[in-house]
Design a protein around this ligand. Structure first.
Ligand code: NI
Length: 178
């Protein structure tokens, strides 16, 4: 297999971020293209110093997420076809950021604990109980698979400001590439 690649990450408000991902077909095990995608997404996430990445963000619309919330950056979690099986009624508001919305951090309310059922990189289905940062990250990444970006929880005014900031950033980046 060729060595893992860094994939381009879509930036908000790219309309492709709003596509709904379809389930990965695991009937014959984890497909080859998904195995390669897992390696590439992990490489991309670590390179960008993110704690999570959904396939949607690299323009692949299948239900796959990679996460690593460890300090040491050595505890990758792969979630294929994740589903929330339980979410706590207790919620908490905390600041979130996103590799698709660089430089923007704002408060989003999420369940403090969740249980998520998903297949791992070997196609083995298991249930993960999460709280704290992992619970927030899982909910944020699963939103991506539904075509939802965290800024959609913010007020229309904030969203408009974020869109103009992103447009400015794109302009700066495209002029620095010339
Ligand atoms: Ni994100």
């Amino acid at each position: 297999m060729s060595s893992p690649q860094i994939l381009p990450i879509l930036h908000y408000p790219d309309p492709r971020l709003h596509k709904v991902a379809k389930p990965v077909d695991l009937a014959a095990g984890v497909p080859k293209h998904i195995q390669a995608l897992i390696a590439n997404m992990l490489t991309t996430m670590y390179d960008a110093q993110g704690i999570g990445l959904a396939a949607t963000q690299v323009d692949v619309h299948e239900r796959l997420i990679v996460i690593d919330v460890s300090e040491e950056r050595n505890a990758p979690i792969v979630l294929i076809n994740p589903n929330v099986t339980w979410a706590s009624a207790e919620k908490q508001k905390g600041d979130e950021g996103c590799l698709s919305v660089p430089g923007i951090y704002d408060g989003v309310e999420r369940s403090t604990s969740v249980k998520v059922s998903a297949a791992d990189e070997h196609g083995q289905v298991r249930e993960i109980s999460a709280d704290g940062l992992l619970a927030v990250c899982m909910q944020h990444e699963m939103d991506h698979l539904m075509g939802k970006v965290f800024v959609e929880y913010l007020s229309p005014l904030k969203r408009t400001r974020i869109k103009s900031k992103m447009a400015k950033l794109e302009r700066e980046e495209s002029s620095s590439r010339k």
